[in-house]
Design a protein around this ligand. Sequence first.
Ligand code: EPZ
Length: 429
Amino acid sequence: MDRIRIRGGAPLHGSIPISGAKNAALPLMIASLLTDETLELGNVPRLADISSLLRIMSNFGVDHTIAGRRPGQTTETGQTIRLTSRAVIDTCAPYELVSTMRASFWVIAPLLARFGHAKVSMPGGCAIGTRPVDLLIMALARLGATIEIDGGYVIGTAPKGLKGAEIDFPKVTVGGTHVALMAATLADGVTVIRNAAREPEVADLAACLVKMGAKIEGAGTSEIVVTGVSRLGGASHDVLPDRIETGTYAMAVAMTGGDVVLENTRPELLQFALDVLQQSGTEVTPTFGGVRIRRNGNGIQSVDVTTDPFPGFPTDLQAQFMALMTRANGTSRIRETIFENRFMHVQELARLGAQIRLDGDSAYVEGVAGLKGAPVMATDLRASVSLVIAGLVADGETTINRVYHLDRGFEALEAKLARCGAEIERLRG
Ligand code: EPZ
């Protein structure tokens, strides 16, 4: 199994190209199941999760081609994937495939909307908590699907098609909103989705669906109105920049000190997190097509944060911010309100010398003068990258095990950091 070895201490200088967002690319790929025409997606990151979803889609009979590199593209930039769901031969997503990636459960929406039936394995538990799918099922039932749970599978039927409805989510759910949105595009009549997730990835999915012929208003706000159409067509769409990758490298620069321009991204996608970084003593300057992150000389100030749905502080940056706070002056309280078990990185950061006390949904991080390298591992992707950030300033050598977690969500991580001066390498085997 591959490992990543880091020698801490080098400040970061230079530029890093930001990839397309994994969490936008996945629902966009799934949306291709809504049409028999070709959906072309550009700026798709090269990630293990993308390959896993392609395998699941191939199982349904979806054809795909991956376009070669465009002139000027490097392996650090995205690929173009064309998906055609003309000859769908199966509407069952088995446990072996769905359990490798939770988001694949979302295929249930387009399958039900277009074919009137779907059988998708329940995704099961995962490293960051129980993560139920009850609200996704509720949304489909509201749209008129008959839902049965049998042998670990959710079996949905709607032989006469879905019907527009009012869907009130009692809690903000990104996956629930994606599912409701996709299903409603082909439902008969008007659907109103209330307390919808406002995440940019939802707005990106809606923008692509509109290009495919869907009628959607209000995506990106908490009330989305969808007027169903009888069919959707092909389209071409570029995946939006990855705000979590942007925030991760911004925190890495805040941690090591230095001066880095993050390219091909949009600061407004993560304004809250960038404001927090500024409060911690890092300079954040929007540039043409990106954002410049700089910390020279001054120390890191502790800041309290609470994770919240967009536009709040993202749970997917909580671990990385905690790594930064391990070196701050003072104590920071970090409250996790989205997932109940998203503190696995705490024990591993402690192995590097961090002082962190857990109390319910909060972590109290007392900044220390220095971290010391050690072998570490983590059980999810954002936790793993928080260890990379800590390793970048730890004295001596840090080895991150279970690199496959990083490969699920960070394209060319070592190359992007190494080009800015980090001493980081992948050890194969
Ligand atoms: C998406 O997961 C992201 N995944 C997650 O990113 C991200 O952490 C999360 O949204 C929150 O921003 C993808 O986009 C592929 P939710 P999702 O439904 O949609 C509860 C990463 O590292 N809930 O918004 O699964 C749930 O337990 C990943 O890239 C229910 O109770 O998250 C949680 O407490 C990890 N019932 C809250 O809602 C349901 O039916 C928000 O979850 C569904 C969710």
